[in-house]
Design a protein around this ligand. Sequence first.
Ligand code: XMP
Length: 310
Amino acid sequence: MDCKRFIEEQAQELKKTVGTGLAINALSGGVDSAVCTVLGHRALGAQLKTVFVDNAIMREGEPQRVVKLFAKMGIPVELVDARADFLGALKGVTDPEAKRQAITSTFYKKVFGRLVRESGAKYLIHGTILTDIEETVAGIKRQHNILSQLGIDPRKEYGYEVLEPLKTLRKDGVRAVAKALGMPDELVHRIPFPGPALAARIVGEVTEERLATVRKATAIVEEELKDSGAFQYLAVLLNDYATGIRNNQREFGQIIVVRCIESVDARTATATELPWKKLNRICERIVEIPGVNRCLYDLTPKPPATVEYV
Ligand code: XMP
């Protein structure tokens, strides 16, 4: 792919569509929305307002880290605190699709609806990639960012139009574009992170307490595996409990699954053959998290498993 040409074409297209209006976009933690932001600012400058929505389901320190990183690139990012909106919408929800649906509508309808109304933006730039579209259309999973492919008209439903400049690319293409845009390595090689964030890694109800547990596990896994060269690595909190023993006391504890995969574009994946010593080290640290007494390593390829658990 000719990245320079792709960037030029998409920037022209954004300029043409947005005209003299205002566009808005949201950064998550991932490379897709980061590329949209840099591409969008290159095309639209001050006509693009970028926000980071703190939805309560982010990784440790993520909102502040992302805002700082973009400030360094000269791109202002507004931090929006929507934690209560999301936690409220997720309360009592256990079904995976219902969970994704709750996040989608809270994000697009409630939080974004509000931001768009306040800013007067007519366009939302979104980092949907080809894999998201294919899997959603195939009915494998409802990616949180697909609307028109599902027959939802965002203009009618939410009052703005969605622009998806990356919709012809897969993850490897997005990374190539990120590099060509001169983005720092920290962003170009950032491991994929799903829109539904840590909620995709909690089986069962998403509560503040359970988020704190999976957040701690995620920090451990990311720190231990950052030099693994794997495509993606993550921690999942199961909805089961298992009997254990600690300080000679019987306890009924939570179970964390560690997933680390090799993949090119996340359509298929296999488990990474991690060294036994590394796995043991991760396990030791994970079971120090209060309330957790088991740590499992997931060997399942995709298919039949998906990467995330929800
Ligand atoms: P799955 O779990 O579907 O994940 O095998 C494939 C890749 O996509 C990421 N993923 C998402 N990315 N919105 C996103 O932007 C989503 O709703 C979403 N769900 C999964 C996942 O982390 C993996 O890299």
